[in-house]
Ligand binder design. Structure first.
Ligand SMILES: *Cc1c(COP(=O)(O)O)cnc(C)c1O
Length: 389
């Protein structure tokens, strides 16, 4: 019997699952595998956040259902964070919604916005969830290419007018996974003006909003005047506060889009456990010093990885955010061949670029969310494989 729906059966294959199957086999044969494919922080959740969860978990008043749209306290904390960090004012009742991680919010927004056969434009390369969610909602995907020469900013000019005309929603993601590309606010201004002209909505996935280096500060889509009329922004505590397993995030911006999403959600889930929302509020209202500490750890690892890659003849422009390094595979290899060779011969997993879409071919992604000793060991193995040195 096959109970899989057609949409589930025809989901684009997850290229990386093959790698994980092989990882398991090699580990069972006794090989030590170092995984640089991880998309989640290795660092722990800050203690003050855990303390809040524990304290609140004991209160029986917190054991009930949360309001569908999330607790007032969490939504107010998000609004406060936006005011303080971006100078953007939000109404916590209508312009903020609690999410059980931003992933569900992105997927549910797509099904809340498009009818079957309607089109969504996604970045290429991009986070695979966008395309799967579009497929599950019965929609069509069209691609917005990212320009390698321009810090992986969207190539708005090269995209055909007909693609804008048929799109109902555009998804953007900066700081970007997988390319580590970053933008200034002018890119969002351009996107908002296109959205106005061609009448589509924008969803900006800002999962790495606080994972930035040096003086760089990632802008919010909502800093653009008029953005709230057509757009929403997804935020997550997963990456900035090392809270991936907690499942807490939010969406902010256009009230009509948020209302559509909240209708889907109120028929699907009943928001997040109240103590997790309380702990999340604490994190957002903090001075963000734990975030800077994490970023310094990533930056140290980044410099190390870049210097080893340079010794291998692989030059990477220094990213301004995310914990990823997106590098070109050496001459003569495809992404898949290079990552398989690394796994088989060196016991190191990197993500092949084509796992993120067609334009990812020719690249591989290294995650910096791996403890220093393991990262050092992985990079020496990689260098030895390529240079015998
Ligand atoms: C990790 C990630 C998310 C999802 O994060 P949640 O844990 O669901 O909040 C969303 N977008 C991108 C690009 C990510 O890398």
């Amino acid at each position: 019997m096959d109970f899989h729906s057609e949409r589930v059966q025809t989901l684009p294959p997850y290229i990386f699952s093959r790698v994980y199957k092989r990882k398991k086999e090699l580990e069972e044969s006794g090989m030590d595998i170092i995984d640089l494919g991880i998309g989640a922080p290795d660092l722990p959740t800050p203690t003050f956040v855990i303390d809040e969860l524990v304290k609140e978990a004991y209160k029986s008043s917190n054991h009930r259902y949360s309001p569908y749209s999330g607790s007032q306290e969490f939504r107010e904390a998000v609004a406060h964070f936006y005011e303080k960090h971006y100078g953007v004012t939000l109404n916590p009742d209508e312009e903020v919604l609690t999410l059980i991680g931003s992933k569900e919010g992105i997927a549910n927004l797509i099904s809340a916005v498009i009818n079957p056969t309607e089109t969504v434009m996604v970045p290429d390369p991009g986070y695979p969830v966008y395309e799967s969610a579009i497929h599950l909602a019965g929609g069509q995907t069209t691609y917005l290419p990212l320009e390698a020469e321009k810090d992986f900013q969207p190539n708005f000019q090269q995209t055909p007018k007909t693609d804008y005309e048929k799109s109902k929603l555009l998804i953007l993601n900066y700081p970007n996974n997988p390319t580590a590309g970053t933008v200034e606010v002018d890119v969002f201004e351009k996107a908002v003006s296109l959205a106005r002209k061609y009448q589509f909505a924008i969803a900006h996935d800002a999962a790495y909003d606080l994972v930035t280096f040096g003086d760089y500060r990632a802008p919010s889509l909502l800093e653009v005047s008029g953005a709230k009329e057509i757009g929403v922004e997804f935020g997550s505590l997963s990456k900035s506060f090392n809270m991936t397993g907690w499942r807490i995030g939010y969406v902010v911006g256009n009230r009509d889009l948020i209302q559509a999403l909240s209708i889907v959600k109120s028929n699907t889930d009943t928001s997040q456990f109240l103590p997790i929302q309380k702990a999340g509020a604490k994190a957002l209202l903090s001075d963000l010093s734990t975030v800077s500490e994490n970023n310094q750890v990533y930056e140290g690892r980044l410099d190390f990885v870049m210097s080893v890659l340079e010794e291998m003849g692989i030059h990477v422009k220094r990213p301004r955010g995310t914990f990823f390094v997106w590098a070109k595979v050496p001459e003569g290899w495809t992404s898949m061949e290079f990552s398989s060779e690394l796994l088989e011969k060196a016991g190191v997993i990197v993500t092949p670029g084509n796992a993120f879409g067609k334009s990812g071919e020719g690249y591989f992604r290294i995650s910096l969310s791996v403890p220093n000793e393991r990262l050092n060991e992985a990079m020496s193995r990689m260098k030895y494989l390529l240079t015998n040195d």
